[in-house]
Design a protein around this ligand. Sequence first.
Ligand code: AHR
Length: 340
Amino acid sequence: MRGKKKGYVRAGLAAAFFLLLSGGCGMQFDVEERENENAAEDELIVVGVSQLGSESVWRTANTASIQETFTRENGYLLIFENARQKQENQIKALRSFISQQVDYIVFSPIEESGWDVVLEEAKEAEIPVIVMDREVEVSDPSLYVTRVGSDFAGEGENAGVWLRNYLEEQGRAEEEINIIVLKGTEGATSTIGRTEGFEKIARQHDNWTILEQAGADYTTTKAKEEMKKILSEHQDIDVLVSQNDDMTFGALEVLEEEGFTTGVDGDVIVISFDAVRSALELVASGEINVDIECNPEQGLYIENVIQMLENGATIDKNYYVPEKIFTQENVGRYINDRSY
Ligand code: AHR
C-alpha cells in the first residue's frame, strides 16, 4: 500500500544535504546521524487521524487509544487533528492529510452524511481510508476500506432486552411504563443505532410509552438543560435511557435536584451507555441500573487492519469491537481495570 514519496521526508533529506555541503568534519558526523534518523523516519507508516472532538469521557479515551498505539516506537508517525465538533474541520483535516500524502487516513465521522467529495479525493490520491467509531453513508462503498467500531443498533437492542427482563424480574411486565430518552449527536451512527435498536424492542411492548426523545449532543451541560425541560412537562417517569454516560451524569443531577431517586431502589430506572469508570462506580452504588458498554479502545484494532493492509490481506468492510453489559451483579469484577 505504501511507496509514495512523503513531502516532509523529502524536506528532511534536503536539509541534510544542505548541511553536508556547508559543514566541516564535525558537521559531517552530524549529517550522518541526521541521515540515519531520516532513513528511520522514512520507515515509519504515516497515519493521519481526524478525531471529531472531545465531547465526552469516552471520546478522550478513544483519542488516548489512538495516541498510545500509533507511536514512533511502534513504527508510526501520527498526524492527529481534533475537529472540535465541526464536520468542516474534519474535511479540512482530511484534505491536509491528502496533500501531505500520508500512508493511511483514519477518521471518526461526526455524522454519517457529507463525505463523498473528500473521500473521492482520498481515493484519487490512492490513500486508504479507515473509518473509526461511527459509520459513513456514501454512494460508493469503495471510498473507504473498512470501518472499525461498535454495533450501535445491537447496543440499543441490548438496552431494550435488559429492560424487558428487569421489568419481568420486578413483576412489572404488565405495568404502564413511561420512558424518556436522551439522544446523542443528530445524524451520528451511535445515536441512530441506539435509537433504532431500543425502539425495535419498545415496539414489542404495548405498555411501554416513549414520552419524549430529546437531543443532548452527548454532553453533560446539554443533558441538564434538556432534563429540566422534560421534568417541567413530565413527572411520571419510570425509565431514563441516556445514550451516553456524560449525559447521564447531567440527568442524574437534575433528577436528584427535583427530588427523584434513581437506580436499583429508586423511582426512575436508569439505562446508560459507554461504561466509563465514574459511571461504573454509580452502577456499583446502584444509582445507574445498567451500563451498556461502548468500547473506545479501538487503536489496536485499527493498527491490526493497517498491518493486514501492509501484508496484502483481505479486509472485511466492518469490524465490531467487543463490548459488555454492566449491572450491580457483575460490575465489581471489572471496575478496577477500567483506566478511563
Ligand atoms: O460514537 C460513540 C459515542 O460518541 C459515545 O457513546 C459517546 O460518548 C461519544 O461521544
